[in-house]
Design a protein around this ligand. Structure first.
Ligand SMILES: CC(C)(COP(=O)(O)OP(=O)(O)OC[C@H]1O[C@@H](n2cnc3c(N)ncnc32)[C@H](O)[C@@H]1OP(=O)(O)O)[C@@H](O)C(=O)NCCC(=O)NCCS
Length: 144
């Protein structure tokens, strides 16, 4: 059974593993995740496979700010294309009082761009050299 719940300290190792697979050029380190947990205790969420007969397994995570900035979203390599990120983002978009959600994406990250496009996001801007030598696309979706 898949559940989405707030991040807790015991998730840190699994989240770091997903992070290093997902962002090999610039992974967040453990201090960054602990800061994110401190700053966003209610909107740093993990998607967990919670079966009674097995240990919990972290499949993915999302962290976003109260005003809808998606700071990071990533899914374990072995569990991609199963709808995990869709569930995490749908949960984020249900947050009361949000009027929009947005994120920065590397210009070369075509997989993430395809994902966000499927989720109804549009490109609204570009930040030159946001990632050092690579531009960020700003992608955004208005919420009704
Ligand atoms: C982007 C990412 C979060 C998507 O997670 P996911 O759980 O595999 O996504 P979903 O299964 O919910 O995908 C939903 C739809 O998005 C699209 N999509 C997702 N990943 C895609 C990819 N790599 N290439 C093309 N389309 C993709 C597809 O339309 C997919 O539906 P389908 O599988 O029925 O074709 C995941 O690939 C990831 O962790 N990437 C590395 C981290 C990253 O780039 N994060 C975003 C940074 S801003």
């Amino acid at each position: 059974m898949l559940i989405i719940r707030p991040f807790s300290f015991s998730d840190l190792d699994s989240v770091l593993q997903i992070e290093s697979q997902s962002f090999p050029k610039s992974p967040y380190d453990w201090t960054t995740f602990l800061n994110l947990h401190y700053l966003y205790p209610e909107t740093f969420l993990v998607c967990v496979n919670a079966n009674h007969d097995r240990d919990e397994e972290i499949f993915g995570y999302i962290v976003f700010s109260r005003d809808g900035h998606i700071i990071s979203i990533a899914v374990h390599l072995q569990h991609r294309r199963k709808g995990i990120a869709t569930r995490l983002l749908q949960r984020a978009m249900k947050t009361p009082h949000l009027t929009k959600v947005w994120a920065e994406v590397r210009r070369s990250n075509h997989g993430a761009q395809a994902f966000y496009s499927k989720m109804g996001f549009q490109i609204t801007g570009v930040i030159p050299n946001y990632y050092g030598n690579e531009d960020a696309l700003i992608i955004q979706r208005a919420l009704v």
